[in-house]
Ligand binder design. Sequence first.
Ligand SMILES: [Zn+2]
Length: 561
Amino acid sequence: MPSPRTKLSAPPRLPKNGMRITPLGGLGEVGRNMTVFEHAGKLMIVDCGVLFPEEHQPGIDVILPDFTSIRDRLQDIECIVLTHGHEDHIGGVPYLLKERADIPLIGSELTLAFLTAKLKEHRITPKTVQVEAGQKHRAGVFDLEFVAVNHSIPDSLAVAIRTKAGTVLCTGDFKMDQFPLDGRITDLRAFARLGEEGVDLFLTDSTNAEVPGFTMSERDLTPAIDRVFATSPRRIIVSSFASHVHRIQQVLDAAHAAGRKVAFVGRSMVRNMKIASDLDYLDIPKGLVVDFRKIQSMPDHKVTLICTGSQGEPMAALARMANGDHQIQVGEGDTVLMASSLIPGNENAIYGIINKLTDLGANIVHKGNAKVHVSGHASAGELVYCYNIVKPKNVMPVHGESKHLHANAELARKTGVPEKNVVIAQDGVTVDLIAGQAKISGKVEAGLVYVDGQTIGAATEDTLAERRLLSGGGVVTVVALIDPKTHKPVEPVEFLTKGFVHDKKTFQGAAAQVEKALVQTRTDGIDDIAKIEEIVVETVSTHLRRTYRREPAVMAVVIDA
Ligand SMILES: [Zn+2]
């Protein structure tokens, strides 16, 4: 069987009774989850999320899945199923709807509520179909059935997709918390029933496949959270994902029991908590939550603030508090409770915030020093249970970096899924399910699409390479006014800099070199100004590299006097 490492080309035509599964994001990375299912000439999509940029992607807002391979077939899309309301599963929807606005969005009540609020900010009114766990829905050639799963946001769904090619079961993000706060457990009885009926392909969450054992229950955090409320002398500032309704419920309950008041801080936190409470996913005791302005005049030991920024996002409330750039001035005796995960890639930003808040005198409680966070994903033990219950014919690990996908594949094999039926794909790699056998069949375009301000896909890898160069060495602009006949500078060559450190001597040698190179262009009969500028850039770059071991971005402006 071809592996994704072998060179793959466009897949062949899909046979009538086959199904093609194309992950456009989420395989080989944690984020921008999106999978396209094709059968009988029609498409359906499961999730459409974003990926957040890392330090080596400066200036990028978010990263989208690449829609190139479906752009010509937008009219064939029957629906998009959203498994849950996390950004890495719904964040890309506004961008796909900009290409075709009336694609029906299918999801649970809370998922659609979060998504609709987000689409409103993009001025899009979507066509939605609300479903609940246990429900079936027919979307053209795709017969869908939704199954309750437990995750770090309420109302998450797995989806079974039945077609003439067989039954595919996608877990979405999930875990198997046996004591969830809302009592809604992952419906293993439905998994078993589907397994009994025959699951031809099982797409499973790989995020925690390397973690042995079982993910602890959300409820196990209660003692640590209660301890914070019992021992903190002044304000308690809690940071969390704005979608982690159950974690926030625990904080609300603890605050209520301790006789404190709560204010939500940050636009997305205020918006999501209003939605969650309006729809009864969040139970706010009467009088507990007060307006942010009002809480500022209350005594410190009565105050709880729940804010965004748990991942160190520079514009979020917590980072601004750490930088002294927020109405809330953190000080001696305040407690900051970071009730969240530490997503790889965000470590530096988060530790930076912890240090700054510590310097301000705050006591920081985080997952490194207290039991204040559990993961939202199934560990190895839970995944093995699922394989044994579902007994799938084929398995395709999804949602995770390569190492997670491989660890998950190994678990599937351990439970007896034959080696040839465990398919490890990557973004863009097509997997065909034909006559009960899943196989890699080819590859379509699936690059990283960068959103930068109002532009989508305009910033490229080259742009980012230039930005990294600028951030590393600064910019030197060389301005030369030359005599058109001799190409000799008529005034001293000027050097303008941004972020490039230099002294008086730095450019003396460079000026002489530039003059020499300019005269040489005359000798060589080069009259094209753009070409001359290129030569000046090369001359200055080489000089600075050789003499000073420095590599700024160099630009040249040559003007014919
Ligand atoms: Zn999730």
